[in-house]
Design a protein around this ligand. Structure first.
Ligand code: T5A
Length: 228
């Protein structure tokens, strides 16, 4: 279990969940809400967020590290995360800017650990090294049936006029994605002070309202009743 948050003014919020559950969409909406309240915030993502971490992202998602196995990939994700934390997350929090990240350490625990079979002790050790104490203040876990999420991803490809090629993880079997979903729910159960699970099956606007309610209740400094 992760320790309590270690900074007081700017907040670090992460979004987690399976493929295509709507994380990017909701990260963007939360940024808009914060901007409307003059809260300085940056949007980032994992793997990625810095040039070095984005290079590692491309390498992994193109499938180039797949044959190395989930243990080595967990180390790669942690390397990217260490750069992301030290070069982007920590400096922004230190200057009072909120950080909203599309995925973070729970993705390694769910994908490489609980689903990929990497030993929990290795995941714990990598997390300690990569985070250097920068534990999210709040993690929103978006939960939905993976089959429905895939339909959304297919629809997005059609709308964007793109072929549905799928990255390294999107190509896994449905049963694998169901285990992944259980993995995220398990992480949320083990970290009840940090994680909030919300149904991602509801319409985009309703989910955005739910997220804003959770964020404004968790961080009352945003203002009493913090409406849109
Ligand atoms: N990974 C990552 C690991 O294995 N270990 C790690 O440690 C880390 C950090 C990252 C991959 O790397 C793996 C996990 C991933 O497989 P990615 O491209 O970031 O790859 O993959 P995803 O995070 O899954 O990103 P997606 O863009 O595919 O999904 P999102 O962000 O969850 O979904 P979003 O917002 O793009 O929405 C998908 C579609 O649904 C629509 C949107 O308009 C869009 O078309 N939509 C809705 N439709 C109806 N109702 C709603 N409520 C909707 N919300 C969004």
């Amino acid at each position: 279990m992760l320790d309590a948050p270690n900074h007081s003014t700017a907040r670090f919020i992460t979004f987690e969940g399976g493929e295509g559950v709507g994380k990017s969409t909701q990260v963007k909406r939360l940024l808009e809400r914060l901007a409307a309240r003059d809260v300085s915030a940056v949007r980032t993502r994992e793997p990625g967020g810095t040039p070095k971490a984005e290079a590692i992202r491309s390498y992994i998602l193109q499938g180039r590290s797949e044959s190395w196995g989930p243990g080595a990939e967990a180390v790669l994700f942690a390397s990217a995360r260490h750069d992301h934390v030290t070069q982007l997350i920590a400096p922004n929090l230190a200057r009072g800017t909120w950080v909203i990240s599309d995925r973070f350490c729970d993705s390694t625990r769910a994908y490489q650990g609980l689903t990929g079979g990497v030993d929990e002790k290795l995941i714990d050790a990598l997390e300690d090294l990569a985070l250097d104490g920068h534990v999210p203040d709040l993690t929103i876990v978006l939960d939905m049936d993976p089959e429905t999420a895939f339909k959304r991803v297919e629809m997005r490809a059609v709308e964007d006029g793109l072929a549905l090629t799928g990255d390294r993880f999107e190509k896994e079997e449905l049963d694998w994605h169901r285990r992944l979903r259980d993995g995220f729910l398990n992480i949320a159960r083990n970290n009840p002070d940090r994680c909030v699970v919300l149904s991602a099956e509801q319409p985009e606007e309703h989910l955005a309202e739910d997220i804003w309610r959770v964020v404004s209740e968790r961080f009352p400094e945003l203002g009493a009743g913090a409406g849109a």
